[in-house]
Design a protein around this ligand. Sequence first.
Ligand SMILES: *[C@@H]1O[C@H](CO)[C@@H](O)[C@H](O)[C@H]1NC(C)=O
Ligand SMILES: *[C@@H]1O[C@H](CO)[C@@H](O)[C@H](O)[C@H]1NC(C)=O
Ligand SMILES: *[C@@H]1O[C@H](CO)[C@@H](O)[C@H](O)[C@H]1NC(C)=O
Ligand SMILES: *[C@@H]1O[C@H](CO)[C@@H](O)[C@H](O)[C@H]1NC(C)=O
Length: 319
Amino acid sequence: MYLTIPTLLSLVVVVAPPVVLAWDSLGHQTVGFLAQKYFTAQANATFNALLGIGDDGEGGFDIGDAAAWADTIRDPGNLPWSKGWHFINPKADDPEHGVCSLVYPSDCPAGNCIVSAIANQTSLVLSGGEGMVKKNATMFLLHLIGDLHQPLHASGFKLGGNAVRPVCFGQGCGESVNFTSLHGVWDGGIARRIRGLEFRPGREADERERREDKEAARAWAGEIYGKRGGEMGKEGVCDVLGSDECVLRWARESNGLVCTHVLKRGERYVLEHDLAGEYYEENWRVVEDRIAKAGWRLAGWMNAVARVLGKSNGGRGDL
Ligand SMILES: *[C@@H]1O[C@H](CO)[C@@H](O)[C@H](O)[C@H]1NC(C)=O
Ligand SMILES: *[C@@H]1O[C@H](CO)[C@@H](O)[C@H](O)[C@H]1NC(C)=O
Ligand SMILES: *[C@@H]1O[C@H](CO)[C@@H](O)[C@H](O)[C@H]1NC(C)=O
Ligand SMILES: *[C@@H]1O[C@H](CO)[C@@H](O)[C@H](O)[C@H]1NC(C)=O
């Protein structure tokens, strides 16, 4: 469906939905469950103990919750300084003219961006500090390595696409209108549509919906693992701890996808079309691929962390 700007404007409600800042919980939980499937026995034991994950099956705190946690603690007053850790906004980005370019560290002012946050939280987990510090740092890693794979978390174009709004995602735009930002479409819209779930921009999930989302995340992780299980070990998995190199490579990959996919047709196109149509068809595989890569790269990273922790514990392999 083609919407003209005046039509769009006449439909916009004055109250804008809150700015969305991360894969929604479906994406994060899927990344967590998928990574867990690739954990070594040592990593599974280490992080289950550190995070307080029991074997009580469904219902208890699990790796999906741990991976989604960092989005629940930013507002208001709770760890507010971590807001800037979820993204990087490269200054030179101009995907309208084919420019996607990330320069580090100058694109990470005062060290406040996702690339340095991943390095810092990794050192914290390894530092042998207090349990709560390591637990929070572990949950940040599970989350941020996921975020880094969402292309718009590594783009400086209009605040990572948060200011590209309103865009429409969902059949019958104009009748039942689902307005969000381009960022929101990449955080949640496309992923939810892949799994046949309702997209709810700006509305909190209720209890039942949260359970459904969790189930969908488990199922999606299982399917990706079934389809692509053997691919882990290729495609940029690395365990170079204490180095920004690897993380930067992942960030640049995300950044480049904004030119080659997210804004391939330009900003005007995304503002004027229902993105659940042709745009979705062109891009859903990219989203699934980013989730898959985030899952196995996260696992590679955490397996290395567990190995180092095991050594510093006299080889006991747990905490
Ligand atoms: C890892 O831990 C989870 C949670 O306790 C458990 O369900 C899963 O079976 C474990 N995986 C392996 C390979 O032991
Ligand atoms: C990471 O640590 C460096 C050095 O302590 C600090 O300057 C920077 O602000 C930190 N960044 C984040 C995102 O934690
Ligand atoms: C860990 O995160 C919780 C919020 O879930 C916060 O209340 C607590 O102060 C944090 N602890 C540390 C040591 O950062
Ligand atoms: C759009 O919103 C309506 C009303 O909330 C909902 O019924 C519909 O499923 C949504 N469409 C998509 C594609 O999420």
